[in-house]
Write a protein that binds this ligand. Structure first.
Ligand SMILES: [Mg+2]
Length: 228
């Protein structure tokens, strides 16, 4: 690999598993609805709220890239359909969003990122709506670029180029690491960044290029590779 000056990192399923994080947030939201909007809570269980969110994502194409807007609008519709006050949607979303940031990182993440952040600036790059600053490792990062804020998501090269601009680096000087071959690896390559494909749980991933790209099985290996 060529010398780098900074890293961009995917968040969901790269630094923490997303499914349990979302489920915990949905459970916190539903408990709140039982107290504050009981008609909605009894009409919509967690699966029904998910179905409502998916429906909004399909029918509101202009906000489909913005998971916050989709979630908030789906809550507003659920409250309205159940006969509760739909102005509770913002407060309901905040309950979900706060719980979504109570994360359980993969075991090596904090130690590995502390090592890497000593040497390189880190920027989070996500198509989700997590804000790294709201997590316990936020101080290790320069910030987050999300598809929501930027208006364009991965794998579009423009979001990677925006990250390079904010890091004041040429694309070839930035290493992007993420779990998704298309969104993270191919997207970053199309913008000229260097990449590592994070293949968690694949013990052979540390030395086995797959699909023509460099792979690692965990972020400690990445820290080793970077000499951090
Ligand atoms: Mg991911």
């Amino acid at each position: 690999m060529k010398p780098i000056r900074a890293l961009t990192l995917d968040l969901d399923d790269t630094l923490w598993p997303i499914a349990p994080a979302i489920l915990r947030a949905e459970q916190a939201l539903h408990a709140w609805l039982q107290l504050e909007a009981p008609l909605t809570a009894s009409r919509f269980d967690i699966d029904a709220l998910r179905a409502k969110r998916d429906e909004v994502s399909r029918t509101h194409a202009h906000i489909a890239h913005d998971f916050t807007a989709v979630r908030r609008e789906s809550l507003r519709l659920a409250l309205m359909e159940a006969g509760d006050d739909d102005s509770l949607a913002d407060a309901a979303f905040e309950v979900f969003f706060a719980a979504r940031h109570e994360l359980e990182f993969y075991p090596e993440v904090e130690q590995a990122l502390q090592r890497i952040a000593c040497r390189y600036p880190l920027l989070a790059l996500t198509n989700g709506n997590a804000d790294i600053a709201r997590t316990s490792i936020g101080s290790l990062f320069r910030g987050t670029i999300s598809a929501r804020d930027f208006g364009i998501g991965k794998p579009d090269p423009r979001i990677f180029l925006e990250a390079c601009r904010r890091l004041d680096c040429a694309p070839a000087e930035v290493l992007h690491v993420g779990d998704d071959l298309e969104l993270d690896v191919r997207g970053a390559q199309s913008a000229g960044l260097q990449t590592f494909w994070l293949r968690r749980g694949d013990c052979g991933a540390d030395d086995m290029p797959e699909e023509g790209v460099a792979t690692v099985a965990c972020l400690l290996t990445l820290a080793d590779r970077l000499g951090c």
